[in-house]
Structure formats: structure tokens, C-alpha cells
Design a protein around this ligand. Sequence first.
Ligand code: FAD
Ligand code: NAP
Length: 486
Amino acid sequence: MYRKILPLSRTVKVGHNSICRHASSAVCPRICIVGAGPAGFYTAQYILKHLDNSDIDIVEKLPVPFGLVRFGVAPDHPEVKNVINTFTKTAENPRVRFLGNLSLGKDFTLQDLRERYHAVLLTYGAEHDNTLGIPNETLPNVLSAREFVAWYNGLPGFENLNPDLSGKSLTLLGQGNVAVDIARIVLSNVDELKKTDITDYALEALSRSKIETVHLVGRRGPLQAAFTIKELREMLKLSNCITRWRADDFDHVEESIPNLPRPRKRITELMVKSLSEQEQNANAQPGRHFRPIFFRSPVKFVGSDKVEAVEFVVNKLMDGRAIPTEQRETIPTDLVCRSIGYRAISVDDHINFDERKGCVNNSGGRVLKRNLTGSDQTIDDIEDKYEPGLYASGWLATGPTGVILTTMNNSFGVADLLCRDFKANTIRLNGSRPGLDLTGRPYVSWNGWKAIDNEEIRRGEARGKPREKLTSIETMLQIASNASNA
Ligand code: FAD
Ligand code: NAP
């Protein structure tokens, strides 16, 4: 039977006969959100506003919140991190509990959560990365962008990565904004980075870096480049760094500009302008160089003890796709970062996961039953189609693309569905739910995080930085536990 979903025009009222954290005698929707990144906080924010009397636990693997806002966003983009203020307001709402240092798949199972909450929202992001699957990918000095970013941003476990910056060139494979972030950090003047929350050890390593040239290699052309205009402008304005395009990559590009949609038009105009300025100023100049290269797919890493070069096949474009030709090019390099996208994984056998796409099988955020995929459109009955009370949002649900705003929109949409499902009684409030059993678990509360936060700010002040991130989980747990015992 098809159960019609009512539009959610205003706050959903569900609070009859249940036991709540905040009120004395009502049964309330008890919701668990797994992952304290943007998707987790935005879904929580929406639910708080639209589902009266709901209680939310945000369970996070790390002792600290904010996901990629803390461990992904580049240190020289502090304005992007202002979303943390909104997330903090959400976390400090009395109907929300932050439970850090607890991991789905390790400390508890999905089954545990579904028994202990009326609804579970999976928002644990995409923490792995795609590989190229080409020879010698495991050679020393071939890293992933994810590792490199985790290193400079202080993600626990990456502090000893020690990327080898003693050579002259770094080759970035992929032309997304993650690759551009890395290019900018490596080519920036270290004095500019000193004022940011970049880790001290990364700052020290970058100050000794010998890298002079960063190649940014894409498999398609300038019209398909994945980086965006703001990030390109920053590269073009970088002090002591010259951008060098390859003129051949721009054949027929200028004449296509008038027909391009607006954002693509503006970024293409900028690239063409920068190329023409470079041609007027063709003499080789000393200093650091940023070299975008198009129409090249890596086919092999070359080297014995460590990477020495990357062999590429030259592509041509057909209907926007990169088609390999017979032509090859080898670019010598000392360090490589593969930056071809992050990847989500399944952390529990009971998650209906699409391994090919690297995301939870869902429709608009409702997780599909285990035998179904996103393309099954034939089943009408909502209860036959979806796992009751199980949702996913953010990069885990959509795949690893999109900025924080995209993640916010997706998460608000999924939270809206969840609220509607409570209203339509698709999620049944048939008795109160106990929430996670925390007995004997060294979890970090919001106050514990505040203590870690204060300590990081204190250590940063001494260095003239907004914060010095702690990277030892043991130290974080100690500080959090001292705070809760105080
Ligand atoms: P995440 O931010 O990854 O959050 C997932 C959370 O789940 C993490 O806290 C993680 O620790 C936790 N978790 C993982 N596994 C478990 C588990 N088993 N149990 C419990 N918790 C778990 N967007 C912008 O708008 N501006 C930028 O400048 C920008 N820079 C970026 C830089 C990089 C390097 C990257 C990769 C992305 C950047 N983005 C930027 C995109 C933005 O970070 C994402 O849109 C957003 O973080 C996705 O949010 P999420 O909550 O889905 O995932
Ligand atoms: P992305 O934007 O999807 O870029 C991935 C790049 O890898 C593309 O150039 C892609 O080329 C290439 N690629 C993928 N598979 C490949 C393969 N097999 N061989 C060769 N090249 C391959 O991903 P991202 O850089 O990881 O960024 C993820 C998201 O975070 C994006 O939405 C990004 O905008 C956002 N982000 C934003 C900021 C910011 O706002 N400053 C900073 C960082 C990240 P094709 O285009 O040909 O597929």
C-alpha cells in the first residue's frame, strides 16, 4: 500500500506518550546522526527546527568535530571555516549530544543503533580515495592528495607522513579544487601560512621545501577543468609564482567562449587572458612555477627507489570525453599527488552500499532496502522500498563532490524527508528508545571538545596562529577527560 507523504509546511509535532531528555513525560523521536561533519550538523540543525521534542545524538569517530571543515578546508581559507560557529550553536542546543571518539563499525554496529534510536542518519563522509590502477602506483613519493591534505591539516595518524619536498617538482594528477589547494599551499610564501592554523610540522617542512614547479595535470581540456574561478584567481595572484600554460592546449578555445554558459565562460576568459599575458612576457623567469597541463592521462609511474617521472598518454576529446591517442609524454618529477577524488566505504555489512559509485544506495536520502539500488523505480510501497528510519546525507550519500553549500542543501533536503516520515508515521514512535549504551566507553562530550579547543587556541596564541591543532588522540582524550572530571 502506498502511504502518502504529507508536505511539511511547519514544525512537526510528534511528542505524545514518550520519555524525553528535555521534557519530563513524553515519548520523543530519538535520532542518531553518525558523523560530525557538515552533513551531520546541517541535518541536526534542520531537525531541531522542524521536529519538536526530538533528541539528537551526533556520534563521531574522532574526539573532535567538524569533519573536512577542520581536516580538509585549506588553512589559508579561514573564512570558509566560519560555518563552525553555526555548527557550535547546533551542538550547544540542549536537545543535542555530541559523542566523540565513537565509531560506527568499531564501537557499535548499525543494528545496535537502529534498535536504540527511532531513526539513524548516516553522514560519515568519504574518507578514502580513488586510485588510478596503473603500474608503480605504490612507489615511494607517490601520495594521494587526501594524505597530503590530512598531513598539513593535522588529521591524527598523518603527522608522520613526511612528504619528500627535497626535489624540484611536484606533479598533481587531477585538476579539481583539492589539487589546486595543494598547489597553492606548496607554492605559497611560508610567511603567509604562518598566520593560519596549518600544523607547525607542515610549516616547518614547507619552509625547507625545494619544490619550484607544480604541474597540475588533467585528462581533459581547459573547457572541462574541474577547478573554479576563485581558486584559479588565487593561483594567478600568488606572490613569487608564475603561471605557465601550454599554448597548444588552448587550440580553438577562444572562439568557443561566446557560446559557453556563464561560469564556464568567465573562467575560460581568465585562462585565455593569463595565457596571452604570459606570451607577451615570454622570457623564462626565476622563481616558482605553476604549470597546468591538459589532455594527459597518467599510464605509468617511472622510477625504481622512488618516483622519477610520470608517463602520460595524450588524449583528444570526443563528446567531452578523453580518448587516448597513440602519443605519449613523460614528465620528470620528484613527488606525485594523485588527486582524482575521495571515496566513501561501507563500514558495516548491513549498509546497502554501491561499491561502484562509492555511496550508500539511497533515494533522496532514504536508504533503500538491501536488495534494491537507486534505479529501482517500480516499488510503490514506501515500507517495501526503504529501510524504515534509515537515512544518509552528505558525501556518503551523494558521492564526494560539492562544496559545503551543496552538502548543506542536500542535508536540509534529507532532514526534511525524515521529518515528513515522522509526521506521516512511517517512522513509528512505538515506545521510547534508550540511545547508545555508553557504559565503559571513553567518549568525548561537547565540553570535552571545548577543552581541546581551548588548549589548541592557547597553543596557537603562543605561535601567533589561530590555533595549533593537537594530533595525538591520546592527548585529546586526556584533556577531555580532565575537563569532565574537573
Ligand atoms: P565530512 O566532512 O567528511 O564529515 C564526515 C564525518 O564523519 C567526519 O567528522 C568523520 O570523522 C566522521 N566519521 C567517519 N567515519 C565514521 C564512523 N565510522 N563513525 C562515526 N563517524 C565517522 N567546501 C567548501 O565549501 N569550501 C572549501 O574550501 C572546501 N575545501 C575542501 C578541501 C578538501 C581537501 C576537501 C576534500 C573538501 C573540501 N570542501 C570544501 C568540500 C566540503 O569539505 C564537503 O562538501 C563537506 O565536508 C562534506 O561533508 P560531510 O559531512 O558529508 O563529510
Ligand atoms: P573533483 O572536483 O571532482 O576533481 C577531480 C579531478 O580528478 C578532475 O579533474 C577529474 O577529471 C580527475 N579525475 C578523476 N578520475 C580520474 C582518472 N581516473 N584519471 C585522471 N583524472 C581523473 O574532486 P576534488 O578536487 O577531490 O574536490 C571534491 C569537491 O570538493 C569538489 O566539489 C570541489 O569543488 C570541493 N572542494 C572545494 C574547494 C574550495 O571551494 N576551495 C576546495 C577543495 C575541494 P574529469 O573532470 O575529467 O573527471
